[in-house]
Design a protein around this ligand. Structure first.
Ligand SMILES: CC(C)(COP(=O)(O)OP(=O)(O)OC[C@H]1O[C@@H](n2cnc3c(N)ncnc32)[C@H](O)[C@@H]1OP(=O)(O)O)[C@@H](O)C(=O)NCCC(=O)NCCS
Length: 204
């Protein structure tokens, strides 16, 4: 093994050992705005923004977070169970309430947002957007459409998926790569496409 590879390997091991582990209540930056169980890891690319009280962003035990977790100043926050995974460049933003269960696998490049974030009316949207840029996120959603997202235990969300407001993904369901999920997915069902439609069943 060349010297460059050895240095890379050492850096990688150090990163895994020290930088990747932030969820043992020791890392003050995270401790302030997240409740997190034992053994969960936040990796280099991850980011956490919680604009509410600490208990509005809860991550269970043994989770692996590589993407972005974001809680708006309004709504019921974001809750992730145990042993779940969120891949690189995946975004989970909660302005209504998002619940992700146990052993849920979310691949890379997935977008899960329970709010439209902006108003339908163009003039109102323009006003609000300029206000947001100037003063930050408002304290209430106003007329922005927002609806809870629930992802039940053992679901698997493939890469490049978008999950829109108001959707429940059932236990053990699979969402195919690149799908746009606009309606509920029943348990143990594979869906794919835009908008995502059932393509097969999985034995529970
Ligand atoms: C386009 C959008 C604003 C429309 O919201 P809405 O008016 O509440 O629309 P509805 O949820 O009532 O959906 C109406 C129909 O269009 C379909 N639909 C909605 N959005 C869709 C999308 N992005 N792709 C495919 N189909 C879509 C729905 O399945 C529904 O079809 P159905 O009646 O046959 O079931 C919303 O779906 C959306 O894309 N939101 C994200 C906005 C965004 O990017 N915000 C910034 C985040 S940072």
């Amino acid at each position: 093994m060349g010297i460059k590879n050895k240095i890379y390997l050492l850096a990688y091991k150090l990163h895994r050992k020290w930088l990747g582990v932030v969820c043992r209540g020791k890392n003050l930056a995270f401790k302030r705005n997240i409740v997190c169980g034992e053994g969960s890891r936040f990796y280099m690319n991850s980011s956490v923004t919680n604009l509410q009280e600490r208990d509005k962003l809860v991550v269970g035990s043994n989770c692996h977070i590589r993407g972005e977790l974001f809680v708006y100043p309004y709504g019921d926050g974001l809750r992730i169970g145990n042993n779940s995974y969120i891949g690189d460049y995946s975004i989970v933003r909660s302005g209504g309430g998002i619940s992700i269960g146990n052993s849920v696998l979310i691949a890379h490049g997935v977008t899960i947002i329970d709010t439209d974030s902006h108003e339908t009316d163009p003039a109102e949207r323009d006003r609000s957007f300029r206000n947001l840029i100037k003063n930050g996120h408002p304290k209430t959603p106003g007329s922005v459409k927002t609806a809870r997202i629930t992802i039940e235990d053992n679901a698997w969300i493939s890469y490049g998926v978008s999950i829109l407001k108001g959707v429940t993904i059932g236990k053990g369901a699979i969402v195919g790569a690149g799908s746009v999920v606009t309606r509920d997915v029943p348990p143990y069902t594979v869906v794919a496409g835009n908008p995502a439609k059932p393509i097969k069943q999985i034995p529970p």
